[in-house]
Design a protein around this ligand. Structure first.
Ligand code: G3H
Ligand code: 13P
Ligand code: ZN
Length: 331
């Protein structure tokens, strides 16, 4: 049993309260590798920002849960080494799908967990979330729950076929579960293909322009739950310059499209206080590696191509913090 406080980590409670009040959002960056961890910490320290480092079930399978926990502990020490006196780093389980997985993370140093019961019938989502909250709160760990289903790449996102969160359910759900934050569905989705081309329009250069997020649903939720921390998943913007670099260097990502940054900027000023970004990091890493391989076909030392990959991710993380979420200088 390792409590997160022994590792120098913090939970999301004070961080979210400050973010909601201050009209900014905390970045929640997924990590699977040492280079991602280093880039996240370097960006957070350079911008003086709190940060959530999140780990999915897939990341645990890839990198091993214990190693990831030591990396998070290392992240705190690394931040101090880089000159940050008071790092505010959360180690969060992303998309936990069972009580057992959440418990295992809580018992092993995570300071925050998500229990994702969004695919379950409403009452079952409540029962599972409540069970996780009871265990987590006994260990001072915060819990993110989810209500409403994010569109898959194949699904329709529209008011008619609503998988959006129902504002009339959020008070009942948050009161009965005791969750600390709520992930909602307002039109974002995971991955680099968030909308089908037929859901978009095209601008003068022929690039896809996605439909806007359902800010009316967000506003209705905020009215029901004033000041309650709201979370947005699936919030990568899929930067077109990274997609172009990938495609120009042997990749094939036609019509990849994300959430425009001005919409995330607007969301950050509301009760949305955590914004999840994973795909943009994958794109930044892949673009740098593909370009490097193309330009240096004779190189084979991973340090040679992972260095520009790490630098490109750091640049992206800093840009999100300073120009989109506004969490810089909040330590
Ligand atoms: O929400 C999904 C995250 O991007 C994590 O993805 O399950 O492939 O690690 P993953
Ligand atoms: P993206 O795929 O848009 O980066 O979303 C990541 C996410 O929501 C992780 O939970
Ligand atoms: Zn997600």
């Amino acid at each position: 049993m390792v409590n997160y406080k022994e590792l120098g980590l913090v939970n999301t409670k004070d961080m979210f309260a400050k973010a909601v009040k201050g009209g900014y959002a905390i970045p929640a960056f997924n990590f699977n590798t040492m280079e991602q961890m280093q880039a996240i910490v370097q960006a957070a320290v350079k911008t003086n920002s709190p940060v959530i480092m999140q780990v999915s079930k897939g990341a645990r399978n890839y990198a091993n849960g214990t190693i990831l926990r030591y990396m998070a502990q290392g992240a705190v020490e690394y931040a101090k080494e880089l000159g940050c006196k008071n790092p505010q780093i959360v180690l969060h389980l992303d998309h936990g799908d069972s009580f057992e997985l959440c418990k295992d993370c809580i018992d092993n140093g995570f300071s925050s967990v998500m229990i994702d019961g969004s695919h379950l019938p409403y009452e079952e989502n409540i029962a599972l979330t409540k069970k996780v909250v009871e265990y987590a709160h006994a260990h001072d760990v915060t819990v993110e729950a989810e209500l409403g289903v994010l569109a898959g790449v194949e699904d329709e996102v529209s008011a008619e076929h609503s998988t959006y969160t129902k504002p009339e359910e959020v008070v009942d759900f948050s009161t009965r579960t005791g969750c600390d934050s709520l992930a909602i569905s307002i039109g974002t989705s995971h991955g680099a293909y968030k909308f089908k081309p037929e859901q978009c329009t095209r601008n003068a250069e022929g690039k896809l322009v996605p439909p806007p997020l359902a800010f009316n649903v967000l506003e209705a939720i905020e009215k029901q739950l004033p000041g309650f921390p709201i979370v947005l998943h699936g919030s990568s913007s899929v930067p077109q310059d990274e997609v172009d670099t990938i495609n120009a260097n042997g990749g094939k990502l036609p019509d990849a499209v994300g959430i425009p940054e001005e919409q995330l900027r607007k969301a950050s000023k509301s009760a949305v206080c955590k914004i999840n970004i994973d795909s943009d990091s994958r794109l930044a890493m892949t673009a740098a590696v593909r370009k490097y391989f193309n330009e240096h076909p004779d190189h084979f030392d991973p340090r040679q191509y992972l260095k520009p990959a790490r630098e490109n991710m750091q640049k992206m993380y800093e840009h999100k913090i300073v120009n989109v979420l506004g969490s810089n200088d909040k330590l």
